[in-house]
Design a protein around this ligand. Structure first.
Ligand code: GDP
Ligand code: MG
Length: 431
């Protein structure tokens, strides 16, 4: 099987002391086969292969890591980078425009998303702008009735623009407004013009492309056309409960430079999941244990003991910071722990408490694309390095800046502890 040959290729790397070209080439060849058979776009597969080959051969082998783990980590990172959902799903008032061809699952997904926001406590309204498919309004309003979401539409009106104009007034009191559109059977100029108009009319906050997981190489072309027309900023893959692996959606994401927002995995309104990169990639490659493997490598790299003494003397690296956060996170809400400690009237900066486990995961990915030297001495990170790190982690330089700001804050706090007679204060107690 494909995943079998991929695993075999990885296994061959396990025994090596250094990364050699032949072994990497074999792995890349197997990876290509797996991705192509999952319908990932050919050019994308080639770009990925190149990145993986170059990084595997050029990057120094991190300590406590064998060749197999090193290469696997790179493969995983490169794939995650492609699908990293820009987590841009805010619980705030917004208009969402649904795009995609007929049958992709737009209408079903519209109702699912309505339900998603409703469960988060938001007021949701839906507009049916599909004037093409017979019974489109009935389909959507029936789904919406089940969840008590107002649905505006008018089967007698043939102009989608008019419906949307009226609809925006009708559902103006709702916080989240989702506009379901028609898809026809193929991309045609008037379909594209219509969605351009609807985008302008609604001033949509999001334009999400709905892609059937079984869609193959055409996914790129569709994504490209919709993206050129309205600027797609998120992809939803439907029918992931079927047999398809969703490689086409990966191509759509690459084409639109966006992320996967949701996965549809069933026909009921509840069958919508937030995207999980690991699950998706593991499935794409037919390997179930990717993240666990990668995490093991990362843990090994972070495993060096925190040197308390050095730290209290002011030597504090990014690795130290990460370990602290990790330990603290395991203990529960930081604020609570801090309040239990006898630290007198010492004030910690408010931001110290704000690091959630989601943010931790992002920090980890960012740190993972830093060099060992930078991890030891973050002052080496200038703005061009910031760009590179951000790119390597599928993030933004702002994110790197935030991490460094946090590091500085922790560092300063530690210095403060030393200076303010906090000698009795034992960091170990925090851990
Ligand atoms: P539209 O033409 O893009 O609006 O697509 P529809 O929402 O009408 O969906 C087309 C068909 O796909 C319907 O039969 C849906 O029940 C089905 N469908 C949509 N999403 C999913 C999904 O996640 N899983 C499964 N199994 N079927 C789905
Ligand atoms: Mg529809």
């Amino acid at each position: 099987s494909l995943s079998g040959s991929l695993k075999d290729a990885l296994k061959k790397l396990a025994g090596k002391a250094v990364v050699d070209r032949a072994a990497v080439d074999e792995l890349v060849k197997n990876l290509q086969r797996a991705l192509l058979s999952a319908d990932v776009n050919v050019k994308l597969v080639m770009d990925l292969s190149k990145a993986i080959r170059t990084r595997s051969l050029d990057e120094e082998l991190p300590k406590n890591t064998n060749v197999r783990e090193h290469v696997l980590r790179i493969v995983y990172q490169e794939l995650v980078r492609l699908v990293y959902a820009s987590a841009d799903l805010k619980l705030e008032p917004q208009v969402i425009l649904m795009a995609g061809l007929q049958g992709s699952g737009k209408t079903t997904t519209t109702a699912k998303i309505a339900r998603y926001f409703q469960k988060k406590g938001m007021k949701v309204g839906v507009i049916c702008a599909d004037t093409f498919r017979p019974g489109a309004y009935d389909q959507l309003s029936t789904l919406c009735a089940k969840i008590n979401v107002p649905c505006f539409g008018n089967p007698k009106v043939t102009d989608a623009r008019q419906i949307v104009r009226e609809g925006l007034v009708a559902v103006k009191d709702q916080e989240v407004i989702i506009v379901d559109t028609q898809g026809r059977h193929a991309l045609e100029p008037d379909l594209i013009q219509e969605i351009i108009d609807l985008n302008a009319l609604t001033k949509a906050s999001h334009r999400w492309l709905v892609i059937d997981a079984a869609l193959g190489q055409q996914a790129s072309e569709q994504a490209k056309r919709f993206h050129e027309a309205i600027g797609i900023d998120g992809v939803i893959i439907t029918k992931m409960d079927g047999t398809a692996k969703g490689g086409g959606a990966l191509s759509a994401v690459a084409e639109t430079k966006s992320g996967i927002v949701f996965i549809g995995a069933g026909e009921t309104i509840e069958d919508l999941e937030r995207f999980d990169a690991n699950g998706f990639i593991s499935r794409l490659l037919g390997m179930g244990d990717l993240q666990a493997l990668v995490e093991k490598v990362q843990e090994a790299q972070m495993a060096d003991e925190v040197d308390m003494e050095a730290m209290m003397k002011g030597h504090f690296t990014l690795r130290d910071m990460y370990k602290q956060l990790e330990a603290l996170n395991k203990m529960g809400p930081l604020k609570q722990i801090m309040s239990m400690l006898p630290m007198g009237n010492m004030q910690l900066p408010e931001g110290v408490y704000d690091v959630t486990s989601t943010k931790m995961a992002r920090y980890r990915i960012l740190m993972d694309s830093m060099s060992p030297k930078e991890l030891d001495d973050p002052s080496l990170i200038n703005s061009s390095r910031m760009q590179r790190i951000a790119r390597g982690a599928g993030g933004t330089p702002e994110e790197v800046r935030e991490l460094l700001k946090y590091y500085k804050m922790m560092h300063k706090t530690l210095k403060g502890l030393r200076g303010s007679g906090g000698g009795k204060f034992n960091m170990q107690r925090l851990m």
